[in-house]
Design a protein around this ligand. Structure first.
Ligand code: NAI
Ligand code: AKG
Length: 397
């Protein structure tokens, strides 16, 4: 079996090399891809071919992928949680220091000096008082979203001696375990904003978080506070931020998402979406997503899908694997197994998992499944996709 994988962005070769070329054709232009790998490419406006079975985001945020439409079509969407978290954490720490020590304006000041020798030294000493900053120990950082990135940011800020407050109503048990014991809990975004000198946002862009930081919430922030946004532009109301900078409520807005309005503002430090742009993060994300896609395409296993359930079934030796994606409604497993029974196919192993509106079934049968069985499975009302993977047990052995 061979697979076609289309890349919509430049993807680290360390990741693509995990897809052996005797089994995988990989190209940026393909008319009938089985899978797509991308980073930030906007898929909302593109026609996604019917042949696509899986989409892999070599990164964290999936707001550039039409996930609900893909779910309706039975297409699994994967991401690489945590793979770029350290890179983002390091950039957030840079942002904290750039703002606390007024480094960008200080740097610009020096760049614009034209004097030389003693005169230059005099201007340096005379000018530096304009850039006096503050130290981080004793200041409070509020972290909204304690996922892979937020936890690392919170822990690093504690290590720098800051007091840290966190808010995340959906924190996972694993992330709660990873969090520094001295990080305090805020009970709402409003509380977080009102008790912090620096606020860093690490929530995904979804309907609930669009415009999370608006004019009303900015008024809750401490005077001269710094807002850091390395999540997504749309989480913050940009006009409201510009207003808060004018009124002095905000001292700096540090973000990874430039816009015409933000560019050139003396109190905005904006970077070109650099959070995940390190060798390490690009390699980690690409390797993780390639491994997950390969396991899905070849074996049917699902790890780190944002719309499909986790599903891992070790291949049965000498069996033949069928994968069925269907609506999460009653009697689907019954219909699948009775179809197999009608064709005298004995089930060696079966796994059925569901997540939201999707149910997912892996079936290992003792003998090869003829085309007619697959056609009958496809014809069951509610079935979105059927894949025949064949003897995955023998290949793995
Ligand atoms: N600037 C860059 O290059 C990068 C940006 N990102 C952005 O950062 C976001 C977070 O990434 P990860 O930490 O890896 O994701 P994650 O999924 O591990 O963590 C997100 C956390 O936010 C929490 N959350 C959701 N809604 C919330 C709300 N209203 N208030 C408080 N917490 C809320 C969730 O419960 C979860 O724990 C991504 O979705 C992406 O948009 C991620 C990587 C690189
Ligand atoms: O791939 C990139 O550079 C963007 C990373 C990012 O924004 C994410 O992983 O959510």
């Amino acid at each position: 079996m061979t697979f076609k994988v289309q890349t919509l962005n430049s993807i680290s070769s360390k990741g693509l090399d995990r897809l052996p070329r005797d089994k995988y054709e990989i190209a940026s232009e393909l008319s009938t891809p089985d899978a797509i790998i991308l980073r930030s490419h906007n898929m909302h406006d593109m026609a996604i071919p019917d042949t696509v079975r899986a989409i892999g985001r070599a990164g964290a945020g999936v707001n550039n992928i039409p996930v609900p439409d893909m779910t309706k079509r039975g297409v699994a969407v994967f991401n690489a949680p945590g793979a770029n978290a350290n890179a983002v954490k390091e950039l957030v720490l840079s942002g904290l220091l750039l703002s606390s020590r007024n480094l960008m304006s200080a740097w610009r000041y020096v760049e614009e000096l034209t004097s030389t020798g003693e005169e230059l030294k005099k201007e340096v000493e005379a000018g530096k008082k304009r850039f006096k900053g503050v130290e981080l120990p004793g200041r409070t950082l509020g972290v909204a979203g304690l996922g892979a990135i937020g936890v690392q940011v919170a822990n690093a800020a504690r290590d720098l001696g800051m007091s840290v407050l966190g808010f995340d109503p959906g924190i996972t048990v694993n992330n709660a375990w990873r969090l520094h014991a001295n990080v305090s809990q805020a009970l709402s975004v409003d509380e977080l904003l009102s008790r912090s000198d620096f606020v860093s946002l690490h929530v995904p862009l979804v309907d609930d978080t669009r415009g999370l930081i608006d004019a009303k919430r900015l008024k809750l922030m401490r005077k001269n506070a710094v807002l850091l946004n390395f999540s997504r532009a749309e989480i913050v109301d940009e006009d409201a931020v510009l207003g808060a900078l004018e009124s002095g409520r905000l001292h700096y807005y540090v973000c990874d998402f430039p816009s015409e309005k933000l560019r050139g503002h003396p109190s905005v430090i904006t970077l070109p979406h650099l959070g995940a742009s390190t060798d390490e993060a690009e390699d980690n994300s690409a390797m993780m997503i390639a491994d997950q896609l390969r396991d899905y395409l070849e074996v049917g296993n699902i790890r780190n899908s944002v719309n499909f359930p986790e599903a891992i079934m070790p291949p049965t030796a000498n069996a033949h694997r069928i994968v069925v994606v269907n609506h999460n409604v009653p009697n689907m497993v019954g219909q699948i197994s009775s179809t197999l029974a009608r064709h005298e196919l004995n089930i060696a192993d079966l796994l059925n998992k569901s997540k939201g509106e999707i149910a997912y079934t892996l079936v290992d049968v003792d003998s090869e499944a003829p085309e007619a069985v697959l056609d009958e499975l496809k014809a069951i009302e509610g079935v979105l996709c059927v894949r025949y993977l064949g003897a995955v047990g023998s290949e793995a052995a």
